[in-house]
Design a protein around this ligand. Structure first.
Ligand code: ZN
Length: 305
């Protein structure tokens, strides 16, 4: 890994925009920085914006070096698959002003010996970026990350039982969110607790309704009784959740809008098949799962229906 020290990470990058007033204003608003030096006709850019002028945005910069990728691949192979940014040091040579054109190059400055940290054992990689404005040195930005093998990670599995990709199961599972139960929907949750899926039925016009509501949308009547769903349904629509991560859930997982044989639709997890195999129109069958202690939820199983 020492051989990577001194190798280019980016050679002659160009700032996507010259230093400009709108980006300065947005930065100051985001940071809550009202310093007068960053406003008015003689404004300079906040020095800590140094990195902002070099960032590639969503489309990135062309010409990212293979040395950087090779170093990361080597660390991945050594089991150091996780990454965390640790610190950043900047030096300012001269102020940046609107209109300055930015160029920069980055070099892999150092790779540390193996270190043991609370997160796990790994290597600190420091990248130094030299920033120039209209060709003159303007500042230096050192960015350090830890590439590490997570300590004490238990193998966890996705809801479909497959092993999870590295890095996706690092955190302890958070409690599952609880349903909000009120007087209008308590009957539904009482049913679920007894492994029954109850649909409300208007006693005036016999229209079924779901989710539970205080009155009938069809006739306005407020009398109701219930019918128990037989448990057959089809996937009317669905999403497969990958991102953003919610602490209680292991992506990827499928959430369906399931049309019950009785005609109403409900949102619930689709289980029993890998999420990428869920399809609109797929037949599913109701089951009840104990998600965790004290929480049973209706889900729909797509396996062998
Ligand atoms: Zn009605």
């Amino acid at each position: 890994m020492k051989a990577f020290e001194g190798q280019a990470a980016v050679t002659v990058g160009e700032g996507k925009d010259p230093v400009n007033e709108p980006m300065i204003r947005h930065w100051c608003e985001a940071m809550g920085d009202t310093h007068p030096a960053y406003q008015g006709p003689d404004a300079i850019a906040p020095p800590t914006m140094l990195q902002a002028w070099t960032m590639g945005g969503l489309s990135g910069h062309p010409g990212r070096s293979t040395a950087h990728e090779a170093l990361f691949a080597l660390l991945d192979e050594a089991g150091c698959t996780s990454v965390v940014a640790t610190d950043c040091e900047q030096e300012y040579v001269r102020p940046l002003r609107p209109g300055d054109r930015i160029t920069f190059d980055s070099v892999i400055e150092s790779v540390s010996p193996r270190k043991t940290t609370k997160l796990g054992a790994g290597y600190f990689v420091t990248t130094r970026t030299d920033v120039r404005a209209d060709g003159e040195p303007a500042g230096t930005h050192r960015f350090r990350i830890l590439k590490y093998a997570p300590a004490g990670r238990r193998e966890s599995r996705a809801q479909d039982g497959r092993p999870r990709p590295p890095g996706s199961g690092d955190r302890a599972r958070s409690p599952h969110p609880r349903p909000v139960i009120n007087r209008d929907n308590a009957g539904f949750w009482d049913g679920v607790a007894g492994h029954k899926l109850l649909i409300q039925r208007c006693t005036d016009c016999a229209t079924l309704r779901f989710p539970w509501l205080p009155g009938c949308n069809h006739c306005g009547g407020d009398g109701w009784d219930t019918v128990e769903a037989a448990g057959r349904g089809t996937v009317f629509s669905y999403v497969v959740m990958h991102h953003p991560p919610f602490p209680a859930f292991d992506p990827p997982y499928a959430v369906g809008l399931v049309e019950l044989a009785e005609g109403v639709r409900m949102v619930a997890g689709v289980v029993g098949v890998p999420p990428e195999e869920v399809r609109v129109g797929m037949s599913v069958r109701l089951e009840f799962r104990a998600v965790e202690e004290g929480l049973v939820l209706p889900v729909f199983n797509g396996k062998h229906v």
